[in-house]
Design a protein around this ligand. Structure first.
Ligand code: PLP
Length: 420
């Protein structure tokens, strides 16, 4: 393990005060909105001139998250009619784009009537359907064609959306045909290309090379268009990974931005580059806090059984990792006196798959203690099967203001420093 994870004092206060209000053992998500805004601003500040940062809201589309990030980023990336409704309800209206496979005609119609900036088209079939919808609305719709480019083998990551057989985007071999179809569509205008090739990219240098490979192909892609001068945008997607196993070692975003800036500065007629980041924007602001219900030893292995589980926080199970755990003992002194041993942290589900983390070294873990799982702000609750076994859904607490949060807490946090 890397450095121990720390939870800000005011987040601990919010957890403690919420717990006092709970009549049953607690399982709840806490989101640190001031930290989210600060992180978003820092990411935006690192961008090279002219490069834009959109937020891919599928990572976390809760209203408070959107209200916090919308003023900070340049726009939003959406992938469904439901996400359009959420983005349009946001307190700060921002430009937005619509992507994703399997768009309904009603999604396209909704997008165009509600002011979508551009549609990212995934297939030749979508070009035809989008043309029909745009014609029925008598408007001309800017589109980007999503490409599934061939990728150098060594640039692959754990979750690939391109460079291999996927339902996403258009193969480069079919790109001429797709560009021609858009050029021939009276109500569509091609303004750029879109590539979202992978998720979980934790290596800045590899991502740099991936972006460089798009920029090298950009002039050829652009030259396919009937009006190359109108093709100005290159959306490079998201996919920046979070290091869940060593939280102190994270992706070097400023390093990537600097390298990208240099590459663009050296180009003749560079595209307007846009990122659409999900995970790396919101992961860090979220904490899943669960109360220990039981401890037991089975065939030599220690189990900590907690309120909640993977039906509320599916992320570690979905990715097959052992999530970092911060232990907040009820009695810090007693806990520190006890022996440290390895525990498997599980939830309440009647399935052996309900594992949040294995091999966690904890001292004196006891019923009534709290465990906090950080890095829970992206693809956490919203990807989970929350109704499985009919457990109640967890509360989601949005900490709006660091000072307010600690003042509203009726007592100082009595928990110990995390022992990870
Ligand atoms: C999911 C998705 C993103 C965001 O991906 P992250 O890995 O969360 O940054 C961006 N663009 C598209 C098209 C996506 O499907």
């Amino acid at each position: 393990m890397g450095e121990p994870v720390t939870v800000p004092e005011y987040v601990l206060d919010a957890i403690a005060s919420h717990r006092q209000a709970c009549r049953e053992p607690m399982a709840a998500f806490f989101y640190d909105l001031p930290a989210l805004a600060a992180h978003g601003r820092a990411m935006k500040a690192a961008l090279p001139p002219g490069v834009e940062l959109y937020y891919a809201i599928k990572a976390n589309s809760e209203a408070a998250i959107l209200d916090t990030l919308a003023p900070v980023v340049d726009g939003l990336e959406l992938s469904s009619g439901g996400e359009i409704a959420r983005a349009c309800a946001c307190s700060t209206p921002r430009p937005w784009v619509l992507s994703g496979p399997g768009k309904l005609d009603t999604d396209m119609h909704e997008a165009m009537t509600r002011g979508v900036e551009a549609l990212h088209v995934e297939s030749l079939g979508e070009v035809a359907r989008l043309q029909a919808v745009a014609a029925s609305l008598e408007c001309v719709q800017p589109v980007l064609l999503r490409i599934n480019p061939a990728l150098p083998e060594d640039l692959s990551s754990r979750l690939r959306m391109a460079g291999t057989a996927t339902p996403f985007g258009i193969d480069e071999a079919q790109l001429i045909e797709a560009v021609r179809a858009v050029d021939d569509a009276a109500n569509l205008t091609l303004v750029g290309f879109h590539v979202h090739a992978m998720s979980h990219q934790t290596c800045e240098r590899r991502h740099q090379r991936l972006l460089a490979s798009y920029l090298e192909r950009w002039p050829q892609w652009r030259a396919l268009a009937r009006h190359p001068e109108r093709v100005t945008q290159l959306n490079v997607g998201g996919g920046i990974g979070v290091n869940y196993l060593q939280p102190s070692e994270q992706f070097d975003w400023p390093g990537l931005c600097e390298a990208l800036g240099q590459h663009l500065a050296a180009m003749h007629e560079p595209p307007r580059v846009r990122f659409e980041i999900g995970r790396f924007l919101t992961a860090f602001c979220g904490y899943y806090a669960i109360e220990v219900l039981d401890t037991k030893i089975s065939h030599g292995e220690g189990f900590v059984v907690c309120r909640g589980g993977t039906h509320q926080f599916r992320l570690p199970a979905a990715q097959g990792h052992d999530h970092p755990i911060v232990h907040l003992p009820r009695d810090a002194h007693r806990a520190s006196q006890r022996e440290r041993r390895s525990w498997t942290v599980v939830g309440q589900l009647c399935t052996p798959k309900d594992v949040l983390s294995r091999r966690q070294a904890l001292s004196g873990v006891a019923v009534g203690d709290l465990l906090v799982l950080p890095l829970a702000g992206a693809y956490g609750y919203n990807i989970s099967h929350a109704d499985f076994l009919c457990h109640p859904r967890p509360d989601q607490i949005f900490i709006r203001n660091a000072r307010e949060a600690s003042e509203s807490s009726s007592r100082r946090c009595q928990y110990a420093e995390p022992v990870n």
